[in-house]
Design a protein around this ligand. Structure first.
Ligand SMILES: [Zn+2]
Length: 181
């Protein structure tokens, strides 16, 4: 199997044969995921196909670790992924609408399942919309503000300014006195 994981297969065939797959897939292969997230190691995926109430279903388990950026402190954040959900494989939007709301569905257009797209959807559903560290776990020090003149000491009281004002205002007749003598 080139690449190590299936790309696409016929849904009916997969579900009627109760096919099982277990493989590792790099995040870069998952459409829509790789642009925002990085991963040091491929994700581990397990797929169990079957039929339930006449529907083709698949149990999708994805495990791994993804690197995101915390949207509060803008520092790296590791997201642990451990999802296991049952997905109904539908071939049209109408078929999806006819199912109970509790069913998670995935559209396999023309009865063909796109494996990377299915896994990508599971990953995106499992991840937080806005990745954040746990409360209080962000770095306390905010990033330094732009510009370098923020640390000028504020103590600009000049004691001699007062002294000068005192001398100028306090001795107006001094010169006269001196001149007279
Ligand atoms: Zn943070």
């Amino acid at each position: 199997m080139p690449g190590g994981w299936p790309k696409s297969r016929d849904v009916r065939q997969l579900t009627e044969s109760r096919a099982r797959f277990e493989f590792d897939i790099p995040v870069a292969e998952l459409p829509g995921v790789s642009s925002e997230l990085s991963a040091a190691a491929p994700l581990h995926v397990r797929l169990d196909f079957g039929r339930e109430q006449g529907m083709g279903v698949v149990q999708v388990a994805v495990r791994g670790s993804l690197g995101a950026t915390c949207q509060r402190c803008m520092r790296p954040l590791a997201l642990q992924l451990d999802t296991d959900s049952r997905v109904a494989l539908v071939t049209s939007e109408a078929e999806a609408a006819a199912l109970p709301e509790a069913w998670e569905t995935f559209l396999a257009a023309d009865g063909v399942l796109d494996f990377p797209a299915l896994i990508a959807e599971e990953v995106l559903l499992a991840l937080p919309i806005v990745p954040l560290h746990d409360a209080g776990a962000c770095s306390a020090a905010p990033p330094p503000p732009p510009g370098g003149n923020a640390q000028e000491p504020a103590a600009t009281t000049r004691p001699f300014a007062d002294l000068k004002a005192l001398l100028e205002g306090g001795a107006p007749g001094g010169r006269d006195g001196n001149g007279q003598s």
